[in-house]
Design a protein around this ligand. Structure first.
Ligand code: HEC
Length: 507
C-alpha cells in the first residue's frame, strides 16, 4: 500500500511539474501558427478521442463521492482513489495530445490558446484533488471538486467551439434560453413577399454561414479572413478583399468557389460539399450589383432567371406550411377579385407570368368608359400593377391623385387623354416609374414644372403636345438630365439642345 501511494505521488509530482512547464511554454509562443509535418500531428489527432476519458471518469468520480456522502457505509468510496488516479492520468494525456494537436496543426488563435491554458489548469486541479483526497479533512477537497467540474465543463465547451464555432451549443437554443444567456435573439424573419428579402442577410450570408464561417470567423481566421459580416467580406484576408463590389473577376471569394473542385485552392476545402449552381449565381449577381448590405430583392428589376429561381426556392423554405397555405389563399382571393373587376368593367388585367402577383392593366377595350371613378375601383389592388395603359380614356387631372397610389408602376401610358397636366407632379410618388407616355394629350406649358419633379423617369414621350417647343424642352432636359425625352422630329432644337438630344438618342 505504501509503495503504491508513493508511486502515485511521484506521477502526480511529475505531472504537476510537467504542467507548470507547459504553462510556461504556452506563454512563450509555443503555438507559432506554423503547421508541423511530423509525428506531433499524428499523435495530436488522438486528442478528440482521448478527451472523452477525463470527462467520463470525472462524472463517475462525482457520482461515487455523492453516493459516499449519502451512505457512509457504501463500498462506492473504496473505488475513489483508483478512479481519481486514472482521471489524473488521462487528463494529462488529453493535455499532451491537445498540445501536440495545436502545435502540429499550426494553430495559434486566441480561442485555442485559452483552451490550452484551461486544459493545463484542469490537469493541475485534478492533481490537487488527488493530493487533497489523501488528507483527513475533506471540506476543501469537495469545494475543489465542484470548481473543477465547472472548469471541466467550460474547457470542453471551448474545445467544442474550436471545432464547431462559438455558438454551436446555443445556435438552436429556444429564444428564452438565448435571452437568459445574454445572447442575441434573432428576429424571426417575417418576410411576407419575396421582394422584401434583404439580399445580404437572407440570401448571401446564409450560404456563407453554412459553408464557410466554420473556418473564416474571428476565432479561426483561415487565410486571415473572417466572413462573419459584410465588413469581413470587403476587408478580405491575406490576398486582399474577398469581395470587390461590381467586380466579379477581382473577387477572390468567387474565384475560389468556381475553381475546379480538385484545385487545392478550391473553397470549401477538404471534400466539403461545394456550393451549387444556384448559390454561385446568387453570389455572383450580388457582387455584380455592388455587394450592397441592406438592399432588398424588390430594389432590383426582374432578376436573371437562375437567380430568380434560387431566390424563390429560399423564400419557399422560409415559410411554414400554414404560411404557405395562407399566401396561396390570399393569392387566390386576389386573382378572383381582379377577375371580377375584369368581367364587370371590361378592362384587361394580366399577370406578368403564371402565378405572379404583378399585373399589367390595359383599357383598350373600354377607352372612353374608363374614367377617374374606374381607377378608384382598381385602387385597392394598386400595389399589384407594374404597368398601366390608360391611353384614350376619360382620365382627368383629378384622377392623377388615385394613380399616385399605384406605387409599383414602372410604365404608364396616358396618351390621348384629356389631361391638362396640372397635377402630374403627384406621380413623383411612383418611385419605380421609368416610362411615361403623354403623347397627344392637352398638357400645357404649366405642365413643365410638374414634369420636372419626376426625376425617376428614364423615358418621357411628348409627341404632339404643347411641350414640343424649344423653350419647354430646354427647361425639361435641364430638370431631368437622365431622362430620354422624345418629341416629333420636326421640332428643330437649339444647337445646344441638339447636342444633348443626340447624346441621349445614342446612349
Ligand atoms: C475547412 C476550413 C475552410 C472552409 C470550410 C472554408 N475555407 Fe476558405 N480558407 C481556408 C484556409 C485554410 C485558407 C488559407 C489557405 C488558402 O488560401 O487556400 C482559406 C482561404 C480562403 C480565401 C483566401 C483568403 C486570403 O485572402 O488569403 C478565401 C477567399 C476563402 N478561403 C473563401 C472561402 C469561402 C467562400 C468558403 C465557403 C464556400 C470557404 N473559404 C470555406 C479554409 C477553409
Amino acid at each position: 500500500m505504501a509503495t503504491k501511494n508513493r508511486s502515485t505521488l511521484v506521477i502526480q509530482l511529475l505531472g504537476g511539474v510537467g504542467m507548470l512547464g507547459l504553462w510556461w511554454l504556452s506563454g512563450y509562443s509555443l503555438l507559432d501558427g506554423e503547421p508541423q509535418d511530423t509525428l506531433w500531428r499524428f499523435f495530436g489527432r488522438f486528442h478528440p478521442v482521448v478527451l472523452h476519458l477525463p470527462i467520463g471518469l470525472f462524472v463517475l468520480l462525482a457520482i461515487l463521492e455523492i453516493i459516499g456522502l449519502r451512505r457512509s457505509d457504501s463500498k462506492a468510496t473504496e473505488l475513489v482513489p483508483l478512479v481519481l488516479g486514472i482521471t489524473v492520468g488521462v487528463t494529462l494525456l488529453a493535455v499532451a495530445t491537445g498540445t501536440m494537436l495545436a502545435y502540429g496543426e499550426g494553430a495559434k488563435e486566441p480561442l485555442v490558446q485559452e483552451h490550452m491554458r484551461n486544459g493545463i489548469w484542469l490537469a493541475m486541479a485534478t492533481i490537487m484533488l488527488g493530493v487533497m483526497r489523501t488528507l483527513p479533512s475533506r471540506g476543501t477537497y469537495y469545494m475543489l471538486l465542484v470548481a473543477t467540474a465547472g472548469l471541466l465543463f467550460w474547457t470542453s465547451h471551448q474545445g467544442g467551439s474550436i471545432t464547431h464555432g462559438r455558438d454551436y451549443l446555443t445556435e438552436h437554443a429556444p429564444d428564452s434560453i438565448r435571452r437568459l444567456l445574454g445572447l442575441e435573439v434573432e428576429e424571426s424573419v417575417k418576410v411576407k413577399r419575396v421582394e422584401d428579402l434583404v439580399v445580404f442577410d437572407h440570401l448571401v450570408q446564409p450560404i456563407i454561414e453554412q459553408n464557410c464561417v466554420s473556418c473564416h470567423n474571428p476565432d479561426k481566421l483561415k487565410g486571415e479572413l473572417s466572413l462573419e459580416s459584410i465588413e469581413g467580406h470587403l476587408a478580405g484576408g491575406e490576398l486582399g478583399p474577398a469581395v470587390v463590389p461590381f467586380d466579379v473577376e477581382a473577387s477572390e471569394l468567387l474565384f475560389r468557389i468556381t475553381l475546379p473542385q480538385d484545385d487545392k485552392e478550391f473553397m470549401p476545402p477538404d471534400e466539403k460539399t461545394p456550393l451549387n449552381a444556384g448559390e454561385i449565381s446568387l453570389l455572383a449577381w450580388w457582387i455584380e450589383q455592388g455587394a450592397f448590405s441592406d438592399q432588398t430583392v424588390g430594389t432590383f428589376g426582374p432578376l436573371p432567371v437562375q437567380v430568380d429561381d434560387y431566390v424563390a426556392a429560399v423564400f419557399a423554405e422560409m415559410l411554414s406550411p400554414e404560411e404557405r397555405a395562407r399566401m396561396q389563399e390570399e393569392q387566390q382571393e386576389l386573382y378572383a377579385a381582379l377577375a371580377g373587376i375584369r368581367a364587370e368593367h371590361g378592362v384587361l388585367i394580366l399577370p406578368l407570368e403564371v402565378g405572379s402577383d404583378q399585373f399589367t392593366l390595359e383599357t383598350n377595350a373600354v377607352r372612353k368608359a374608363f374614367d377617374d371613378g374606374m381607377l378608384m375601383v382598381l385602387a385597392p389592388h394598386a400595389q399589384n400593377f407594374v404597368s398601366a395603359d390608360l391611353s384614350g380614356t376619360s382620365l382627368t387631372d383629378a384622377g392623377i391623385a388615385t394613380l399616385a397610389k399605384f406605387v409599383r408602376l414602372r410604365a404608364l401610358n396616358l396618351s390621348r387623354t384629356a389631361l391638362a397636366g396640372a397635377t402630374l407632379g403627384q406621380l413623383a410618388a411612383l418611385s419605380e416609374l421609368e416610362s411615361l407616355n403623354l403623347y397627344g394629350t392637352k398638357i400645357d406649358a404649366g405642365a413643365v414644372d410638374q414634369l420636372a419633379q419626376l426625376t425617376q423617369l428614364k423615358q418621357l414621350f411628348l409627341f404632339q403636345t404643347a411641350l414640343e417647343n424649344e423653350d419647354a424642352l430646354i427647361r425639361l432636359r435641364e430638370a431631368l438630365p437622365d431622362c430620354d425625352i422624345r418629341v416629333a422630329a420636326v421640332v428643330e432644337p437649339l444647337p445646344e439642345a441638339e447636342e444633348k438630344s443626340k447624346d441621349t438618342e445614342t446612349s
